[in-house]
Design a protein around this ligand. Sequence first.
Ligand SMILES: *Cc1c(COP(=O)(O)O)cnc(C)c1O
Length: 393
Amino acid sequence: MSKLHLQSFEKALHTLTDMGQYRSIPVIQHQGKWIEKEGKRMLNLSSNDYLGLASNQALREAFGEQYKGRSFPAFSTSSSRLLTGAFTEHKQLETVMATIFQREACLLFNSGYHANIGILSAIADRQTLIIADKLVHASLIDGIRLSGAKFLRYRHNDYTHLMQLLTTYYAQYERIIIVTESVFSMDGDIADLPQLVALKREFPTILLYVDEAHAIGVYGENGLGMADQQACIADIDFLVGTFGKALASMGAYVICDEVVKQYLINTVRSFIFSTALPPICVAWTLFLIEQLSSFTQQRQHLYQLSKQLQSAIRLLGQDVLSQTCIVPYMIGDNLTTVKRAERLQQQGFYCLPIRPPTVPKETARIRFSLTADMTEQELNTLISCLNHQEVGI
Ligand SMILES: *Cc1c(COP(=O)(O)O)cnc(C)c1O
């Protein structure tokens, strides 16, 4: 590349550095729930492996056992499912997913990112109004932008504001899509899905699009997510989730009506123009999904740990909104946040400072993400470190 081009890329990186927004990929080793960075072993408090399945060696071995004496499923589909990439594993997983969700259909995607950008841009156009929660994930924002639809946001979890927007704009659009996450990744708070479902009765042109990325596997009696816990799976038009977080795999899904599935197969560009997931990966997902309802103990333990951390932080005088295993510890000032996260890392806890623009100004925080393979004792040690920090020790 010419020097001129190199310099201009370099300049952009300098600007990011000056703004404190330069990103780099950390060099870390994984050992179950532990990670090792620069020779230091730390409990991983930044993981999405909520049930501890990704770090569970026994599960991996049990999966391998299934193939003793016969060959593994293929490691590549070599093309889109619409060409020669159709494999039985994908169909099987879709059937099982639709069955456990008690809905007509399920369609797989290569990732949650593929699902969100692909589906939203396929179901919305310039005649559509999309109203999304202020804090939805970047993949949802990208999908909305790609669609070219009219786009409004309501204040985070503020359904009075949403109602005002609906009342103002309702009559002008044939299709209105409300987009939310069920568990929000930075505050660990949750959407009130039944309240959103109720809006559909008042405004029949509404479609509900819910992203369960941080909820699938973790909530609900059978681990089907927040829509399961809040008993409204049947009422959500596009129930999306990823296999990459609690489900310890890769890929994503949408639960929907059969007609919608056929429409998506015909229109979603990230589905049509991308090589389908490796059958070996889909088989692994299926292996875990079939056991999903049996991970009750993990879910209950995680629930206990979450309550414990939430109350400990509340005792430090903070207003804790989290109702999940994602628990932010609010600090406010950027520099103090970075320093405190560093201190916790020295004490053996791998947690990260989250600063603006990822979160609103003055709300820099350390984000703790608990997993079911942590012990109560490990959490107690973390809590005592937090207590000591608070009094300046
Ligand atoms: C992680 C995440 C995604 C992306 O899912 P991937 O499978 O990792 O691409 C989408 N939505 C939300 C809310 C997420 O947190």
